[in-house]
Design a binder for this molecule. Structure first.
Ligand code: XIL
Length: 457
């Protein structure tokens, strides 16, 4: 097998002079200049962009001060995934006390360099803070919903795609969910998480992410069935991430597996690519890249680190740059695959459908959507101005008896039981004619129902 089929990037421009003779009347000379440019990206990010994809890397905040590391990142990549900084243990080390030093640093770096951010990860059985590991039942369910809400709200508008749930399926032949404290709160925990994330950040794509899903096998089929079920019931899922931590081979049906998920109506992304060093490494990197390019809904590839020395797979040298930051043969294989012709760009990204009704009459209206489970709920309320602009709104909602609100976002609540008044906060009171904004709250007990009353001011 030709492992290093190098293709020199080239940019050509040709001028053709065509002399056209008109036989009957006169001789006409026409000069037609046809400039054709064969684009070839010279970096991973630019080459991927020419194919309508992104190329990303997992990044550690504490390495951004390493100039070699940051230099490669800024030159080659256009998407960042925080390697650990957005995980539960990092963002909520004590219950309901959120901190984002590393994550904010990475997001700022990405924004300063025009890069997208993949959020990783809202919920996972691993890297949970100790307090969450010790919770169960409805206490864990509420904590989980609160975590998703708070983190997704903190980064609202800044995240291209969230890994909402990570590694929730078991390895092996069962095709079933993995046992975990989250799973023991009820099989609906994943869909509750997706609905909660959508309510908090409607602009982010919401992904399910897992490993050992790189071919058609029992585990990937279990996930496939979940995604199909979610799509059929309107659970808001937009994408599936394939971690692709590969050894010295890859399944022959890698591309077919991506395609079957894409055919369900979700984007697919390669989210944590790294491939064990061996004689086949460059070839495999090229094959994975080609597989993504061959699937129109494969929107991008992320490698799980920059230099081999940055990898979590110590001693396996699984990345695209060596310990000194030099490009490896694997890098060239990826770049050449990205620059090869004949692919379909992915469809342009579409925002989640808006449910905003057209303005009718002055004043404001409010609509309520609810995700509930035994013992708790998350409510999302959309406030929409009527046919004239408004400056300030108030929404009144009556809670069933016994229900208690435990957290509110994007509004100021007057209390936590009975009839509660929610007023706008300083940044979301002004709405143009027909404009809308969302606020939300969560609580214990049975969630409210009906259409909330909205008044201006
Ligand atoms: C890894 C990080 O790379 C390590 O630094 C950390 O010690 C453990 O987690 N699947 C995932 C990633 O979804 O979050 C993991 O990242 C690698 C496996």
């Amino acid at each position: 097998m030709d492992l290093f089929h190098r293709r020199t990037p080239e940019s050509r421009s040709r001028t053709r002079l065509l002399m056209v003779a008109g036989a009957a009347i006169a001789t006409v000379a026409a000069t037609i200049t046809a400039a054709t440019t064969a684009h070839a990206g010279t970096t991973l990010g630019s080459a991927a962009a020419e194919k309508g994809r992104y190329f990303g890397a997992a990044v550690a905040a504490n390495k951004l001060s390493d100039s070699q590391y940051a230099g490669i990142l800024d030159r080659e990549f256009n998407t960042i995934t925080p390697e650990n900084e957005m995980k539960w243990d990092a963002t909520e080390p004590s219950q309901n006390q959120f901190r984002y030093p590393g994550a904010d640093q990475i997001v700022s770096h990405a924004q300063a360099h025009g890069m997208k951010v993949r959020g990783h990860t809202l919920l996972w059985h691993s890297q949970q803070p100790g307090w969450a590991q010790n919770l169960s039942g409805s206490a864990l369910r509420s904590a989980m919903v609160n975590h998703v809400t708070q983190v997704a709200t903190h980064f609202k508008g800044k995240i291209y795609a969230w890994d909402v749930a990570n590694e929730a399926f078991a390895d092996g032949a069962s095709g079933a969910r993995r046992d975990s404290n989250l799973q023991r709160t009820g099989n609906d925990w994943i869909e509750v998480a997706f609905r909660t994330a959508r309510a908090a950040d409607p602009g982010a794509k919401l992904c399910y992410n897992d490993y050992n899903t790189d071919g058609i096998n029992a585990k990937s089929t279990g996930i496939y069935n979940m995604v199909r079920d979610f799509k059929s019931r309107g659970v808001p899922i937009d994408c599936v991430g394939f971690q692709s931590h590969l050894g010295t081979s890859m399944p022959g049906d890698y591309q077919a597996n991506l395609q079957r998920f894409a055919d369900l109506g979700v984007d697919v992304q390669i989210t944590e690519l790294d491939i064990e060093q061996g004689s086949n490494q460059a070839n495999l990197y090229g094959s994975v890249t080609k597989a993504c390019l061959a699937v129109s809904r494969c929107t991008g590839i992320t490698v799980w680190g920059i230099r081999d020395s940055d990898s979590w797979r110590t001693g396996q040298n699984p990345l695209l740059f060596d310990n000194s930051g030099n490009k490896k043969a694997a890098y060239t294989a990826v770049l050449n695959a990205l620059n090869a012709g004949g692919t379909t760009p992915p469809p342009s990204t579409t925002a989640p459908p808006s449910t905003t009704p057209p303005p009718s009459g002055s004043g404001c209206t409010a609509s309520l959507s609810l995700q509930s489970w035994a013992g708790g709920f998350v409510a999302n309320v959309r406030v929409t101005a009527g046919s004239t602009a408004i400056n300030g709104w108030t929404v009144r909602i009556t809670l069933p008896s016994g229900t208690v609100i435990t957290g509110t976002w994007n509004a100021q609540a007057s209390g936590s039981t009975g009839t509660v008044t929610f007023r706008n906060v300083d940044y979301n009171g002004q709405l143009g004619a027909g404009g809308s904004t969302d606020f939300g709250f969560q609580g214990t007990g049975v969630g409210p129902s009906g259409t909330p009353a909205c008044t201006v001011g």
